[in-house]
Design a protein around this ligand. Structure first.
Ligand code: ADE
Length: 290
């Protein structure tokens, strides 16, 4: 079973949507929420990945359902939320986690590539949140957590994603203001480097950067998926009932690093890993073998 720090049954009877639930942070979060009693609606583009995670969750004693959808497609998102409501009777929370990008310098990004990344990482999250609000949460309240990124001060090599994620932070702040009247809280989580399957999606040219990434973090390592999931679960929970419009950075202190200040450590902070099915991405497994 998932080893969550939160109390058993915390999400009993709750229906939570997790986009990008077929892998990485989304898969881990879906497992933790299901372990705490939620019925999880897994959203993503690839039905097989969602079915695999739904089966894993069932094997672990939880409840999860695959709802394939392209979150860039406005009509499909409206139909998806209608279908989830019809199937599960309610929607209590949304984890807007689906995303994706490719490494490129701004000067080399085509309009098509730019728009694809903005649609996935900004527009898709907006569509998901708006439909949850209009079809359900404005009547019965809820909580939304948007997953953004450590893009503070710019995101060289992934400027399209940085721009979209920064937009998502401002969307979070506006939605927190506009939707508080309905009893809906909207917050964001900004992960830094995470040892998740998403790292394997990057091309071999950036392997060196991935392997060195932890050295640029004050805590001298990457996050585990469950260190991100725990924060998402907290923000969705009743313990966060006065937190609205916040962005929780989970990056080991990376954005505060200053040139010249050494990142030596006398003692490490042990990673928290509550996810019983966690495995290192291949790129990090290969390093361990070397
Ligand atoms: N994950 C990454 N891109 C996605 C998309 N367009 N729709 C759903 N899940 C996604």
């Amino acid at each position: 079973m998932y080893r969550s720090v939160f109390r058993p049954g915390l999400f009993k009877g709750r229906v939570v949507i997790v986009t990008g639930g077929g892998s990485g942070i989304g898969r881990c979060t879906a497992h933790e929420l299901a372990a705490l009693g939620a019925s999880v609606a897994l959203v993503g583009r690839t039905p097989e990945k969602l079915a695999t995670v739904a089966a894993e969750i069932a094997d672990s004693g939880g409840s999860a359902f695959a709802h394939p959808c392209n979150i860039r497609d406005e009509e499909a998102v409206a139909a998806l939320i209608g279908n989830i409501l019809a199937a599960h009777g309610r929607i209590d929370a949304l984890v807007n986690n689906a995303g994706g990008q490719f490494p490129a310098l701004l000067k080399d990004i085509s309009r098509k590539g730019w728009e694809a990344v903005v649609q996935t990482n900004l527009t898709g999250g907006f569509l998901m949140a708006r439909e949850c609000l209009n079809q359900s949460m404005q009547h019965s309240g809820g909580a939304i957590v948007n997953i953004v990124a450590d893009m503070w001060g710019g995101m060289p090599g992934m400027g399209h994603s940085g721009a979209a994620r920064a937009g998502m932070v401002n969307f979070t702040e506006t939605a927190a203001l506009e939707w508080a009247r309905y009893g809906v809280r909207v917050n964001a989580v900004a992960p830094g480097y995470v040892a998740s399957s998403g790292l394997d999606a990057y091309p071999p040219e950036v392997r060196g950067l991935i392997l060195q990434a932890g050295k640029h973090v004050p805590l001298q390592r990457m996050a585990t998926e469950s260190e991100i999931s725990a924060a998402i679960v907290f923000l969705l929970s009743e313990a966060a009932s006065f937190i609205n419009g916040a962005v929780l950075r989970i990056d080991g202190g990376r954005p505060g690093v200053r040139p010249g200040f050494p990142l030596d450590v006398d003692r490490t902070v042990e990673p928290f890993n509550g996810f019983h099915l966690a495995s290192l991405p291949k790129v990090l497994q290969d390093r361990e073998k070397e």
